[in-house]
Design a protein around this ligand. Structure first.
Ligand SMILES: Nc1ncnc2c1ncn2[C@@H]1O[C@H](COP(=O)(O)OP(=O)(O)OP(=O)(O)O)[C@@H](O)[C@H]1O
Length: 324
């Protein structure tokens, strides 16, 4: 499943620093390397402000990295220009948290979802009605919603329309940025079920950003846990609950599931503050909240290291931390 031929989008050592007030630099993403594979879902989880959206915005080409490289089928995306760049954009689409902000309120649903197809001259105006119905049915909405305006739809229906719009161009990658976070639990579940169905049909690669580890681990094939701009753990979704090794991932799990880890000390310090991305501490970014911090953690940033197949951890003490 993670064979080279299934690799679609590859981010290599991508960092993003924003210029902030007082000529200071804000580190939003630091040396992030992640892969998107055909027919696979990559979940990115972490607290607000850890850099999830910034990373995905770079992956879809909405933001330029400060350093690092992005490859689409082996082609350096940052070297693409003009028509090549425009055509490449078709292949990677993003769905945003709040479709009511992303959608023009005076456009009908059919115009919204067919707009990308018109922009790329893939359909003509006469075909909009039938194409819109087809796309709405694909996301399990009745075709007669095509003539509605976004404000006449529920949040879940708008999010489905957002998925229809993103899939209209038949992209190879779609990135979902907190698309379920404004929905109630049952609407969240049906949106996730729909994504799984569509992935099985279209073999699309999905990037799914969320702060909700409990949700993501249920369906993402791989989960990348992000903290203060850094990836601290990459693990198969179905192993998160039983095999997570980073103290931050374990603390997130503990807060969700109340699972009983075999810790000699409990992680109490998760309560304390995340350091400012304007002033990233030396050593491990998680050290001020970690009960396992030792001398080396204060000075040496742990490298993301493969500890078993498809499982990477950035922690000096990963060997001391096991689950039961
Ligand atoms: N355009 C920008 N200019 C300056 N700082 C930015 C910009 N975009 C993001 N940031 C900062 O970069 C850091 C990471 O932000 P980002 O939105 O990527 O985090 P996130 O994990 O997606 O958070 P959330 O879940 O709240 O969306 C934050 O400190 C944010 O304030």
């Amino acid at each position: 499943m993670y064979e080279k031929e299934n690799l679609i989008l590859e981010a290599k050592h991508v960092s993003k620093k924003f210029q902030s007030s007082g000529n200071r630099l804000l580190t939003a993403c630091e040396d992030v390397s992640l892969n998107f594979y055909k027919n696979q879902t990559l979940g990115i989880v972490g607290e607000s402000g850890c850099g999830k959206s910034t990373f995905m915005r770079m992956a879809v080409g909405l933001e330029k990295p400060s350093s690092g490289e992005l490859f689409f089928h082996g082609r350096n995306m940052l070297e693409l220009k003009g028509e090549e760049l425009r055509l490449n954009r078709r292949n990677i689409q993003m769905i945003f948290q709040d479709p009511s902000e992303a959608f023009h309120p005076r456009m009908k649903v059919k115009e919204i979802i067919c707009e990308p197809l018109l922009n790329f001259s893939l359909i003509n105006r006469k075909e909009v009605d039938s194409k819109a119905r087809e796309l709405l049915e694909m996301v399990e909405l009745p075709g007669n919603l095509a003539d509605r305006y976004p404000h006449d739809m529920s949040g879940g229906q708008r999010q489905r329309a957002g998925i229809a719009r993103a899939l209209a161009l038949e992209p190879e990658v779609i990135v979902c940025d907190e698309i379920t976070s404004s929905l109630d639990v049952s609407a969240q579940k049906t949106i996730v079920e729909l994504l799984i169905k569509l992935q099985n049909k279209k073999h699309v690669s999905i990037g799914f950003i969320s702060h909700d580890l409990a949700l993501v681990q249920q369906f993402a094939h791989q989960v990348a846990v992000m903290y203060l701009g850094n990836i601290v753990e990459i693990i198969n979704g179905n192993e998160v609950c039983v095999n997570a090794r980073h103290p931050y991932t374990q603390a997130l799990l503990d807060s969700i599931f109340d699972v009983h880890m075999d810790f000699s000390k409990e992680i109490m310090s998760i309560e304390s503050e995340v350091p400012s991305p304007l002033n990233v501490p030396a050593g491990c970014p998680f050290r001020n909240r970690c009960s396992y911090c030792m001398k080396v953690c204060e000075t040496e940033k742990p490298k993301l290291k493969e500890i078993e197949p498809c499982h990477m951890v950035a922690c000096h003490r990963y060997n001391d931390l096991c689950c039961i």
